[in-house]
Design a protein around this ligand. Structure first.
Ligand SMILES: Cc1cc2nc3c(=O)[nH]c(=O)nc-3n(C[C@H](O)[C@H](O)[C@H](O)COP(=O)(O)OP(=O)(O)OC[C@H]3O[C@@H](n4cnc5c(N)ncnc54)[C@H](O)[C@@H]3O)c2cc1C
Ligand code: FES
Length: 354
């Protein structure tokens, strides 16, 4: 999968611990994006290549490509981006990926979005794009943060509210004591959603919900939405990795006991190659071991960069935080998480849209 050069043309500190980068790709066509997609960057740290994904936070009609990067304590890439990166530098990224965004057919669609902390980035892209594109669409945002000074894009969200007074509403929920009204203080969990749905948000009219934030918060919100009548296909999730390579699950030992490996056939970029999947290797590891430039980022079943379609054979997916049930039923897999179960496996990255 090809990486491209992008020039850093502007850096804005949205809060003390987060930067918004404006990027100018050398190949603009490759970086046309859908709202809420992400870019996967690569960079060497002490001779080791790290790949990290960051969601595009710009709207479709903003005329700029932007990502927002929150510094994680002890985090390699996010600290580098916040501390060392400068205007004029060149970074490398893969073209946009991901399918967080979904539109609905309703004549006057109503969307509800939940964001926690840096989870605002893809949500902002989806909301801005939706408000710009469809004059009948309405959005409500519930945005959870620790305190007022950790709210990323605070001014931009206020501006958006003023620009689309009738069609965009925001509720800020803060964990600290600075918020005086009980309803707007604390964590966004099932109980808090229940209170919001009673007094602030009419859940019965919502066509589609978006959630991006810490995993426990996302799961609580999803439960609340479902308890109030929304179905799985009305709820879109984007999970940011809580850990990167190294946290991969223990391998099931019994899966592949063929010491000579399993026969594999893989298609990427219109080219089909046969290979052997060595004992204990995932489909992604087998491709990389055979010098195939297969796409990947988190290697943790979170980002979906390594998505492919299994055309023949059986695999076990150890973790899946990225694909919806209907995609899995259609044969799509996260190759970084797949161990072969059958004598041979045929998979195709091209059919996953790479
Ligand atoms: C699809 C997707 C979209 C995303 N979008 C965004 C976005 O828009 N904005 C954003 O800010 N983030 C986003 N993320 C998260 C982002 O990709 C990174 O995971 C995040 O920035 C941390 O990366 P890092 O290299 O800075 O941290 P890492 O170096 O990976 O460290 C992460 C944590 O692990 C700890 N750690 C590291 N190494 C070890 C070790 N050996 N032992 C114990 N602990 C260790 C660190 O202290 C730190 O707390 C997204 C993730 C995904 C999957
Ligand atoms: S590389 Fe992220 S899900 Fe496989």
């Amino acid at each position: 999968m090809q990486f491209h050069n992008l020039h850093v043309t502007h850096i804005h500190k949205t809060i003390r611990d987060a930067v918004v980068l404006t990027l100018k790709p050398e190949s603009a066509d490759a970086f046309a994006f859908e709202p809420g997609q992400y870019l996967t960057f690569r960079k060497d740290f002490d001779g080791e290549e790290l790949r990290r994904s960051y969601s595009i936070c710009a709207g479709l009609n903003d005329g700029a490509l932007k990502v927002g990067i929150k510094r994680v304590d002890g985090g390699a890439f996010s600290t580098w981006a916040n501390v060392d990166l400068a205007v004029g530098d060149v970074v490398e990224a893969m073209p946009p990926m991901g399918n967080f965004h979904a539109s609905v057919d309703a004549e006057q669609p109503r969307y509800l979005a939940f964001a926690g902390g840096s989870g605002i980035t893809p949500v902002l892209s989806v909301i801005k794009s939706g408000l710009q594109e469809n004059p009948l669409a309405r959005y409500s945002l519930v945005y959870a943060n620790r305190s007022a000074n950790t709210i990323m894009f605070r001014e931009e969200i206020e501006d958006l509210k003023n620009q689309y007074l009738d069609r965009f509403t925001v509720v800020h929920i803060l964990e600290d004591e600075s918020e005086e009204i009980d309803l707007f203080r604390g964590r966004v969990d099932v109980a808090k959603c229940g209170e919001l749905f009673k007094s602030w948000i009419n859940i019965d009219v919502i066509d589609m919900a978006y959630i991006c934030g810490p995993e426990p918060m996302m799961l609580g919100i999803k439960d609340a939405l479902k308890a109030h009548g929304m179905s799985d296909d009305q709820i879109r999730f984007e999970l940011f990795a809580s850990g990167q390579p190294g946290r991969s699950k223990q391998r099931a030992k019994s899966i592949n006991t063929h010491s000579e490996g399993v026969a594999g056939q893989v298609t990427l970029g219109g080219e089909t190659r046969t290979l052997v999947i060595a004992d204990g290797n995932t489909l992604l590891e087998a491709a990389i071991a055979n010098n195939i430039d297969a796409p990947f980022a988190c290697k943790a079943g979170v980002c979906s960069t390594c998505k492919a379609k299994v055309l023949e054979g059986e695999v076990e997916m150890m973790a899946n935080h990225a694909l919806e049930d209907d995609q899995v039923n259609a044969g799509f897999v996260l190759t970084c998480q797949c161990l072969p179960l059958s004598e041979s496996v045929v998979w195709d990255y091209d059919q996953a849209g790479h």
